[in-house]
Ligand binder design. Structure first.
Ligand SMILES: *[C@@H]1O[C@H](CO)[C@@H](O)[C@H](O)[C@H]1NC(C)=O
Ligand SMILES: *[C@@H]1O[C@H](CO)[C@@H](O)[C@H](O)[C@H]1NC(C)=O
Length: 281
């Protein structure tokens, strides 16, 4: 499915459905260092795995409320160990599966209220964005809490609706704050570093930011849900550019990641597909 019109789209995968390579309200996206794209297919209660060029590889997930089952997977990340980490919003925990989809353990039970996004830091710690509790947890892979920060509000160290997280090469944590229309950056102790964005349609403004990723130069790529676009910022939060999505518009983009071959992959949730874009550094 090559794109005949010259925007930045390389290809798209998926339609609405319940079969392999089909999606129902896909949310989180991750990319592995070994050339895989992982999609949290929230209303199909599974994770689907593709190659970087969009070929379906596998999927796993059984709907349910018991350990090892998925009720609403919204966030996905790949641990350096190869394990697949899944934030399950409705089960209120984070499940850890092996790379071939075998359930290993769950963490955060009884602590998380509504985990949406998940990421992994440079120490192999698991960053969980608790959307309902308006805070961020940092866990060891065994479930021990390293740090927790944030509360509900519009202050610097508060969130009005945090959604997704990314980690830069300085091990700083980048969080999208959906209802504050901003992106906030913290160090690994949870101290506030900087924020950017305000509500609007202009360059550098947001209407509810969702997915976030960071490139090797520290540039921050943000999915702008309500404006249905993807913006790129430098590490200090200055607007740099857009990804050109004009030929096949996004509709409510959610999770976003950078693939191991240097492309941007985004969950185009309203269109029930994922899209892969050129991203020139
Ligand atoms: C985006 O791509 C379209 C083609 O789909 C092109 O006409 C337009 O000029 C591009 N916009 C920018 C800002 O490059
Ligand atoms: C976001 O937070 C800032 C303070 O950091 C506040 O001035 C602004 O009004 C908030 N935006 C919204 C939409 O609540």
């Amino acid at each position: 499915s090559m794109n005949p019109i010259e925007d930045d789209l390389i290809f798209r995968v998926g339609t609405k459905g319940r079969n392999k390579g089909e999606f129902t309200n896909l949310q989180g996206v991750a990319a592995s260092t070994n050339g895989k794209i992982l999609i949290a297919d929230s209303n199909n209660q599974c994770v689907q795995i593709f190659s970087n060029d969009g070929q379906f590889k596998s999927r796993f997930g059984i709907r349910g409320r018991s350990p090892g089952q998925l009720q609403r997977p919204t966030g996905v990340a790949v641990h350096p160990s190869g394990d697949i980490i899944i934030a399950d919003y409705d089960n209120k925990w984070v499940s850890i599966f092996s790379s071939d989809g075998k359930f290993k353990t769950k963490i955060g039970s009884g602590k998380l209220m509504g985990p949406k996004g998940v990421s992994v830091d440079r120490n192999g710690h698991i960053i969980v964005v608790d959307n309902k509790a308006c805070c961020v947890f940092i866990f060891q892979p065994n479930g021990k809490i390293v740090t927790r920060f944030g509360s509900r509000g519009n202050g610097d160290r508060q969130f009005a609706g945090p959604h997704f997280a990314a980690v830069n090469s300085n091990n700083e944590i980048i969080i999208t704050d959906f209802h504050n229309h901003s992106v906030k950056v913290f160090n690994q102790e949870g101290e506030f570093m900087l924020k950017f964005g305000s509500n609007g349609e202009g360059n550098g403004q947001f209407n509810a930011p969702t997915g976030v990723a960071v490139d090797s130069n520290g540039n921050i790529i943000v999915a702008d849900w309500g404006n249905s676009r993807i913006q790129v910022f430098d590490g200090s939060g200055s607007f740099l550019s857009y990804i050109n999505t004009s030929a096949d518009p996004l509709y409510g983009p959610q999770g976003l990641a950078l693939t191991s071959d240097g492309h941007v992959v985004v969950a185009d949730s309203g269109n029930h597909c994922f899209k892969v874009y050129r991203y020139l550094q």
